[in-house]
Write a protein that binds this ligand. Structure first.
Ligand code: HEC
Length: 129
């Protein structure tokens, strides 16, 4: 038991030390994020997620009216408290007549990265309508 506690303490100390990042790491990770957000923007403005030639940007230019800061929230189309990716899939199925993306599909991550980036700095307000 005591050994376990020591191991836990040691790993906490390690992870605290791990919070110090080099400038190089921060730049590299920021660049990874920017690349993924750019892929999201490309998908957002292309019809490839659907079957009818419609793109997200036609109704949500620059990710407008997606309100990422309000999730999770009750969504009346789904009848329950939902996460934003569920509404992304709702729009892929309905206006785009496409097929749901898996929640861990890199394209879903890219779409969410782009929408969140567009709302950077807006205060979190989960549940808001
Ligand atoms: C034909 C127009 C149209 C297109 C194209 C469209 N949407 Fe939507 N979207 C809507 C409507 C209508 C709603 C429901 C609005 C509401 O709930 O207030 C909505 C809601 C959303 C929401 C939730 C918004 C909120 O305020 O919580 C997200 C996120 C979203 N869409 C993402 C997407 C994505 C990503 C795509 C492309 C894959 C897309 N939409 C394509 C019309 C569209």
């Amino acid at each position: 038991m005591r050994l376990f506690a020591v191991a836990v303490l040691a790993s906490c100390a390690l992870s605290a030390a791990g919070d110090e990042f080099t400038e190089q790491e921060l730049e590299r990770w920021a660049q990874h994020f920017e690349d993924v957000a750019q892929q999201g923007r490309d998908l957002w403005t292309s019809p490839e997620l659907g079957t009818n030639g419609v793109a997200c940007a036609q109704c949500h230019p620059n990710a407008a009216n997606t309100h990422p800061e309000t999730y999770p929230k009750f969504q009346k189309q789904l009848g329950r408290v939902a996460q934003m990716w569920e509404m992304v899939n709702w729009c892929i199925r309905n206006p785009l007549e496409g097929t749901d993306l898996a929640v861990d599909d890199p394209r879903m991550t890219a779409l969410l990265a782009y929408a969140h980036k567009e709302r950077r700095g807006v205060e979190l307000d989960p549940g808001k309508h």
